[in-house]
Design a protein around this ligand. Structure first.
Ligand code: SF4
Length: 418
């Protein structure tokens, strides 16, 4: 394992900078570098400074900051003059609607100008939206262009009865190189900032506020602790988007030190899922070559992670015909899960990408495997495949490569996002 970056909840720890000029504006006390957990992957830093980059000058990234932190910054900047009192309203406008318009809150020109020096709104542009009609509603895959020109995707999934879930990306590309995943082919280009992660939710809210958020898009979330933990703070901030912790699920390849960090967070209701896919170390190394922890280590980390008995740990199994679809595989999953407490196994039929590892399993094969798991005493959910026609299904996100290649599916033209 490479050097694990230090993390602290910097969004809550602004302090004064005592230099001249911009000295009245608060800066972050944390000197965290934001480096990737994967040394050797050059160029993973976000291009633009954020409030997580250490001693940066304002303006503060509104989407990467909690409302209380913004208020503290404003109180410092305005000193005893009027203007700071709108901090919570401005923050709420930014995270829920992607708007930043200080004059709309009755501020005069000077106060509005001060606000523009304190804070900035950097919303990615939605450069492409692909749609697929599913039995539960319209699925939307959004391609977002970030400030440095790189692109990521998020998928807004209809869940039926008017509910929806948003699959979020945490990195541009991914270092884990899972062989069944399009993102893994790209390698890691850089981590997303907390604001860039939150922005995916903000943009989705313009169509429909997602009921649940799953960190299962591009990237291994626990390889980007600065982005992930910062975004979690903002997403659950009761003054802003106000998501309950049990509405969020982190999906990991089994990042052992990351699981320890999550445990230290102490959020007992936070959802967690393991992307397992192979229940013996040899096959897992073949399928997920950059996942360096053994199944034994991951199992121990998950046992230690459990903070409440009724947590239903998700165990994801991408079903690959001819590779991991036998009864022996099902029994191996049951053995792996035995010490983990309450578990729900999600069987995800493989979605072939640009260089398929194998074919997609048919319904009979999937049902047979689900039956073996149930026979072994496991609770199982068979995932309904959504988004395959627009390369939006599990393992198919590629940050725009599909759009560039002109894949099939309904599309909306490019439109400015703010
Ligand atoms: S499956 Fe997840 S961890 Fe593996 S390469 Fe794809 S995005 Fe990365």
């Amino acid at each position: 394992m490479g050097r694990w970056p230090e993390f602290s909840f910097a969004v809550q720890s602004f302090e004064l900078r005592s230099t001249s000029g911009a000295g009245r504006f608060p800066t972050q006390s944390n000197s965290h570098s934001g480096r990737s957990a994967n040394p050797g992957h050059a160029g993973v830093e976000p291009a633009a400074p954020t409030c997580f980059d250490g001693f940066v000058t304002p303006p503060i990234d509104l989407l990467g900051t909690t409302a209380p932190a913004l208020l503290r910054a404003a109180v410092t900047a305005f000193e005893n003059t009027k203007g700071a009192h709108v901090a919570h309203r401005l923050h709420r406008d930014a995270v829920t609607r992607g708007e930043f318009a200080p004059p709309s809150h009755g501020l005069g020109p000077r106060a509005a100008d001060t606000w523009r020096q304190i804070a900035r709104l950097e919303l990615p542009r939605v450069v492409d939206t692909a749609f697929e009609d599913t039995p539960t509603g319209k699925l939307r895959k959004r391609l977002l262009r970030l400030g440095d020109g790189r692109t990521v995707e998020s998928v807004h999934l209809p869940m039926g009865r008017g509910r929806s879930s948003l699959c979020l990306s945490t990195q541009v590309g991914c270092a884990r190189a899972c062989t069944f995943c399009e993102t893994g082919r790209e390698g890691l280009l850089r981590n997303l900032t907390p604001g860039e992660i939150v922005a995916q939710v903000t943009l989705a809210c313009r169509d429909q506020r997602p009921d649940t958020l799953v960190f299962m898009g591009m990237g291994e979330p626990l390889d980007n602790p600065t982005g992930l933990f910062g975004a979690l703070e903002v997403l659950t901030d009761p003054h802003g988007l106000a998501y309950a912790r049990d509405r969020l699920t982190i999906c990991t390849v089994g990042h052992v030190p990351g699981l320890q960090r999550l445990r230290e967070l102490g959020w007992k209701r936070l959802g967690l899922a393991l992307s397992l896919n192979a229940a013996d170390d040899g096959l897992r190394r073949e399928l997920m070559p950059q996942t360096r922890w053994s199944l034994g280590e991951i199992q121990r980390a998950l046992v230690a992670y459990r903070q409440r008995k009724n947590l239903a740990l998700g165990v994801h199994w991408c079903l690959l015909p001819g590779i991991n679809d036998t009864q022996r595989d099902a029994e191996a999953i049951a053995r792996f899960c035995a010490p983990l407490g309450r578990v729900l196994v999600h069987v995800i039929p493989y979605n072939p990408g640009s260089e398929p590892l194998t074919r997609a399993p048919n319904v009979t094969e999937t049902e047979r495997f689900v039956g073996w798991l149930r026979d072994a005493g496991l609770a199982v959910r068979r995932r309904v495949t959504k988004g395959r026609s627009v390369m939006a299904a599990c393992g198919q996100l590629a940050g725009g490569a599909a759009a560039a290649a002109g894949k099939a599916g309904d599309r909306a033209p490019e439109r400015p996002s703010s």
